[in-house]
Design a binder for this molecule. Structure first.
Ligand SMILES: Cc1cc2nc3c(=O)[nH]c(=O)nc-3n(C[C@H](O)[C@H](O)[C@H](O)COP(=O)(O)OP(=O)(O)OC[C@H]3O[C@@H](n4cnc5c(N)ncnc54)[C@H](O)[C@@H]3O)c2cc1C
Ligand code: SF4
Ligand code: SF4
Length: 423
């Protein structure tokens, strides 16, 4: 019988990918952990606090990230994407493209001295465009690995100019203009896909005025406003720089159009109410909902505790947001079909959790199935198993879920990957 390869490939280094990597590595296995971004941690690193216990997100995640960086069995490959996979369970061969970082991870100490002199300034995607970044950048303070990358889509050198500003400001000889993309081939016995999700584009749902009215925000924008390492160092403020007197939280944006509940929105909006009460004394918080989804005993307790702080809950349909003299006006129809209207300073929308844009490509490369919504399909009685032996799915790659669920699924996927690669 052919010997099984014991190494494991994990695609996506968010919470689920990190958890699966640590378990496999602690079981003595070599793990290749692939992340397409120059930093790892996924969406969880955007949050300041985590429901239901409102733990500090960094305190929860950073030790796991340090364990990944220190564990000799884990090879973290940032800026890396899967190109091709051949073989079968116990003996896969994967071809990976690793993009050049143009910064040496060995030499860089993460001092940030190279950012300021870079003449290029563009919107920082990680901060949802709420702040600017340079062509050489790190996503946010505290992002790991603590080393920037040069975004060659914007670097002046790509346009033929001989800019050397970042290199001249680096005292550690860490800038590598001649760094090259590389192709890496690895042999593994099992694969775990943990490619996560993307937040839907709220501007598709035109009645909410997203991108039209400046104080209508999407969920991650509000997370970054509250983040102490974010663009306002955690101060929740309107675009004119003043704290909002009133905030409306809008549930289920795009739910009807998508045809599924994104599961986490009711609870992260409850977390946002907590952020608002905590940071803005006397703020009025409204929540506009059609149906509430608060599963689980800890979540129910958390929801009730925040409600006690005085959220105005309005069951509403046919919401339309317009700009008025006083700020934003929310027109709606309440549960008794009566029209209502409320003026607020800020609106926060909860758009759908959608499959990561890479999901379809990953499914094609791995030859695994998608479900009707475009998430990776798993088996009814083995919810982390794909339709192909040796390939497992964990976290939001399979459906929208909470961090706790993502961790449990990652542990399950790791257990099954370890099991199938045992002789
Ligand atoms: C606004 C908001 C607030 C939230 N707050 C909470 C909370 O307080 N508590 C809670 O329990 N849950 C919360 N959640 C849910 C939580 O974010 C998810 O449960 C968790 O992030 C899922 O982790 P994941 O690893 O599955 O996915 P992700 O965090 O999306 O990570 C996936 C990773 O895979 C990478 N990737 C994608 N495609 C590829 C590819 N082709 N190759 C390589 N890498 C790839 C991505 O770059 C990313 O790093 C919140 C969600 C939102 C939207
Ligand atoms: S590349 Fe050089 S200047 Fe930039 S953060 Fe690293 S060590 Fe500091
Ligand atoms: S070489 Fe590129 S990244 Fe470096 S300072 Fe110039 S434009 Fe910025």
């Amino acid at each position: 019988m052919e010997t099984k390869n014991k190494d494991i490939l994990i695609i996506g280094a968010g919470l689920a990918g990190i958890e699966a990597s640590l378990l496999c590595a602690r079981a003595g296995r070599k793990v290749y952990l692939l992340e397409k971004e120059p930093y790892f941690g996924g969406s969880a690193i955007k949050s300041e606090e985590v429901f239901p216990l409102m733990e500090c997100a960094t305190c929860m995640l950073a030790p796991k990230q340090s364990d990944v960086l220190e564990n000799k069995n884990i090879e973290l490959l940032t800026l890396s994407e899967l190109q091709e996979v051949q073989g079968e369970a116990g003996n896969f061969t994967a071809r990976i493209k690793k993009q050049a970082r143009y910064v040496s991870l060995e030499n860089c100490i993460g001092c940030g001295a190279c950012f300021e002199p870079c003449p290029v300034e563009i919107d920082n995607n990680f901060e949802e465009g709420l702040s600017k970044r340079k062509a050489i950048y790190i996503a946010c303070a505290g992002a790991l690995p603590n080393a920037p990358a040069i975004d060659m889509n914007y670097c002046l050198r790509k346009k033929g100019e001989d800019c050397q500003a970042c290199k001249q400001s680096c005292m550690f000889d860490a800038i590598l203009y001649d760094d090259k993309d590389r192709e890496i081939t690895v042999n593994v016995g099992a694969i775990i896909v943990a490619t996560g999700f993307k937040l839907g584009d709220a501007s598709q749902y035109t009645n909410y005025g997203y991108k039209k009215f400046k104080n209508v925000l999407s969920a991650f924008e509000f997370e970054r406003l509250r983040a102490s390492n974010g663009p306002t160092t955690g101060i929740i403020q309107t675009k004119d720089g003043s704290p909002p007197d009133s905030i409306a939280l809008i549930h289920c944006v795009g739910r009807k159009e998508k045809g599924y509940c994104s599961q986490v929105c009711c609870l992260y909006l409850t977390k946002f109410a907590h952020y608002a009460f905590d940071k803005i004394p006397g703020v009025k918080v409204y929540q506009f909902y059609k149906e509430l989804s608060i599963p689980g005993k800890e979540n129910e307790h958390f929801y009730k505790e925040i409600q006690k702080k005085g959220i105005n809950s309005i069951r509403a349909e046919n919401i339309e947001i317009i700009e008025a003299d006083s700020g934003l006006q929310i027109n709606y129809q309440n549960g008794n079909n009566k029209n209502g209207s409320i003026a607020v300073d800020m609106v926060v929308l909860a758009p759908p959790i959608e499959p990561h844009p890479e999901t379809r490509n990953i499914a094609r490369i791995l030859n695994i199935e998608l479900d009707q919504f475009g998430f990776l399909k798993t088996q009814p009685f083995n919810p982390v198993e794909s339709n192909r032996a040796g390939i497992y799915i964990a976290g939001c790659a399979r459906e929208p879920n909470f961090m706790q669920e993502a961790v449990v699924q990652a542990q399950d996927a790791a257990g099954q990957a370890l099991n199938i690669t045992e002789d």
